[in-house]
Write a protein that binds this ligand. Structure first.
Ligand code: MIC
Ligand code: SF4
Length: 656
């Protein structure tokens, strides 16, 4: 039997297990990336593990999420990250140099290599054949110390692309179509591998828009084969020598296959407030638009902004619509400026932001009350924009620019009918991605050799080993698709405490119930209860660490999102899967007792746990976990587990 691209890369990096779906595998990591809001914990944990030097081929630290530095705490985080990069041997990308995924793809992403990143959109360079996976920060710290990364071997699903995109329809519409068909939990436990004749009709950056937003499907990652267009992109970023050919064998077998005929697609838009709430733009047309933003790691590259610039050249945007362009990297900004497009956009009424995540997580450009915002981003979870009842739509840069011109949602094909000289700008890559290199400090020439910790940078709290008895009340009952933005929001008022867990914990689940954190602290233990896909969205391990800090010992949910589930293990919280009836019957405030000796049962490999509710009735919670995950839980989390192993064997801490 032949092999898929995914299998070939995994086989090359396999250090433990077999490539059978459902089996746990350990893989070697070549590159890691981390960013400012997850990076501080990565390095604090790297330090706590007793590690002193990066062991991967490459590690890169970006400062991209909170670059406005509204508070000294953010600035201190950046200062600490620079000092950690210098001390331990990572590249450091200075605040303002751009979004981690954009800067990484321009400078370091390489086909055939593995990449682990403490950000959920790490799969972006899957578009050039890199096997790139998002994870919690502790997993990144361990990988950076030379340890393997463990996942349950996903199913590999073929996405066969046929035909060619029609005018005004873009790569963004391909991933929106996948979300429309498969939903935000349709990719859990899966890797999407693209095949078919449609692949060669898409440039590498278009492919990266798709792999970036594959994260919204809940997928482990998404990947394209490599070809002349991959080589062409690497040549333009000045790294042609890193090209390797990666094609699936003709007789490769996939666990499932879906086909998308590109010629049948049309401009699509995700309506508020879930990325899978997708309809044709024509169905949403007519809604007045107050704000339009082009940017983010999905559609913030030079070649994403250029089509909008061409559409706006010699025109003016609607007077009651604000439009912001937030380039994904400083290189993109610099190229737009040097090629004259910044001036064109400004003349049309556009404002420019520095190269940052910013508005994507509610930092700047927060929409007004009762207003509509169209963004080229990847997530529109309610409240993420910085105002609770927001109306954020997700679309391509072309649809965004059309809305800015018309002042309402409009299919660009219909706008082109109205304005006779408006043509589909298509995609055009720069001859060469040029720009100053002055914002990247290399590990060879560091500017620091000692850690610098401001007063807001604390310690990573540890949990005790798992108890024999776990009991307490259900402190919060939640619905389906609870995101990590619900658990620990990323808005400015809260983001500045990412390195200070006691303070950050005060905001835990505040968007669901602002009495929760205090109640949890008072309760001395307890449970969270949720529906399907609990913890979807971001990789932030704070969403497990903060509930743990507040004393939560277990989460009962119908199902868990992949990265969050791993984070629960990493911080010693017992994730038990329950059925729908149990979910419906248990209420907030009910008292729960896990009847088994939990510590013993977890270690012994027991899968079914008896849950006694209100001392009245019983149901079952299921723990499907590998031996390694069970050991981690029993130890009270991964940090304690790795240290324990170190003490037992005398080996280097990350050699597990
Ligand atoms: C996001 O898009 O939600 C974030 C902010 O980039 C997160 C990382 C974080 O919470 O710091 C992610 O995607 O993992
Ligand atoms: Fe930044 Fe938004 Fe991309 Fe997350 S999704 S990395 S916040 S631009």
């Amino acid at each position: 039997m032949g092999h898929a691209v995914t299998e070939k890369i995994l086989a090359d990096h396999l250090v433990e297990g077999e490539l059978e779906p459902g089996e746990e595998i350990g893989i070697e990591i070549d590159q890691v990336l981390t960013q400012d809001t997850t990076g501080t914990l990565v390095w604090l944990q790297f330090e706590a593990l007793g590690l002193d030097e990066v062991q991967t081929e490459l590690a890169a630290q970006y400062c991209d999420h909170q670059t406005y530095q509204f508070d000294f705490k953010n600035t201190d985080d950046h200062r600490f990250l620079r000092s950690a990069s210098g001390t331990f041997g990572a590249y450091f990308s200075r605040p303002g140099n751009g979004i981690c995924h954009n800067v990484h793809r321009e400078n370091f992403a390489a086909p055939g290599k593995t990449l682990l990143g403490s950000d959920s959109h790490t799969p972006t360079p899957g578009g050039i054949g890199q096997l790139a996976i998002g994870s919690g920060g502790l997993d990144v710290a361990v990988a950076m110390g030379g340890g393997a990364y463990y996942i349950e071997m996903p199913e590999i699903v073929e996405v066969r692309l046929e035909g060619e995109l029609p005018a005004w329809t873009t790569a963004k519409d391909i991933i929106l179509e996948m979300l429309r068909r498969l939903t935000v939990k349709g990719g859990v436990g899966k890797i999407f591998e693209f095949t078919g004749p449609g692949v060669e009709t898409l440039t590498a950056p278009e492919r990266m828009t798709i792999t970036n937003m594959g994260t919204e499907l809940g997928a482990t990652t998404s990947i394209f084969p490599t070809d002349e267009l991959t080589r062409d992109y690497l040549e333009r970023v000045g790294r042609e020598d890193e090209y390797v050919e990666l094609q699936a064998d003709d007789d490769a077998e996939y666990h499932d296959s879906i086909t998308i005929d590109l010629s049948e697609l049309e401009p699509l838009i995700a309506e508020p407030s879930m990325p899978d709430n997708v309809v044709p733009v024509r169905e949403a047309a007519g809604a007045e638009v107050d704000q339009v933003i082009i940017g983010s790691c999905t559609n913030g590259a030079y070649e994403d902004i250029l089509p909008a610039a061409k559409m706006l050249e010699d025109r003016s945007i609607n007077l009651t619509t604000e439009m912001i362009v937030a380039p994904g990297s400083k290189k993109a900004s610099e190229m737009l400026a040097r090629n004259g497009w910044t001036a064109e956009l400004m003349a049309a009424g556009v404002n420019f932001s520095e190269a940052t995540c910013g508005a994507c997580i509610g930092i700047g450009h927060v929409p007004g009350s009762d207003s509509v915002s169209l963004r080229t981003f990847n997530r529109n979870f309610e409240g993420r924009s910085g105002i609770e009842e927001d109306n954020v739509y997700l679309c391509s840069p072309e649809v965004a620019a059309a809305a800015a011109l018309a002042g309402e949602i409009i299919d660009p094909r219909d706008l082109a009918e109205e304005l006779d000289d408006l043509e589909d700008p298509g995609i055009e890559l720069p001859e060469e991605y040029t720009g100053a290199e002055s914002d990247i400090i290399t590990p060879e020439n560091p500017v620091d050799d000692d850690l610098v910790k401001g007063p807001n940078i604390g310690e990573v709290p540890l949990k005790d080993p798992l108890d024999a008895a776990i009991d307490g009340d259900v402190l919060l009952k939640m619905g389906d698709n609870i995101t990590t933005d619900h658990i620990i929001p990323a808005t400015q008022d809260i983001l500045m405490y990412r390195s200070n867990i006691p303070k950050l914990s005060e905001f835990t689940l505040s968007r669901v119930d602002n009495t929760f954190a205090q109640r949890a602290l008072n309760a001395d233990g307890g449970f969270l209860l949720a529906g399907e896909n609990y913890g979807q969205g971001s990789s932030r391990e704070h969403a497990a660490l903060c509930p743990m800090y507040l004393g939560i010992e277990s989460v009962l949910a119908q199902s868990f999102a992949r990265i969050h589930r791993a984070n629960l293990f990493n911080f010693g919280l017992l994730p038990l899967a329950i059925d729908e009836e149990t979910y419906e019957t248990i209420d907030q405030g009910d008292s729960i007792e896990i009847v088994d000796d939990v510590a013993e049962a977890v270690t012994a490999g027991q899968e079914e746990f008896t849950i006694r509710v209100n001392d009245d009735w019983e149901t079952t919670g299921v723990l499907k976990a590998s031996e390694r995950e069970r050991e981690i839980l029993a130890a009270g989390g991964k940090l304690s587990h790795v240290r324990q192993q170190h003490d037992e064997s005398g080996a280097a801490p990350a050699d597990d």
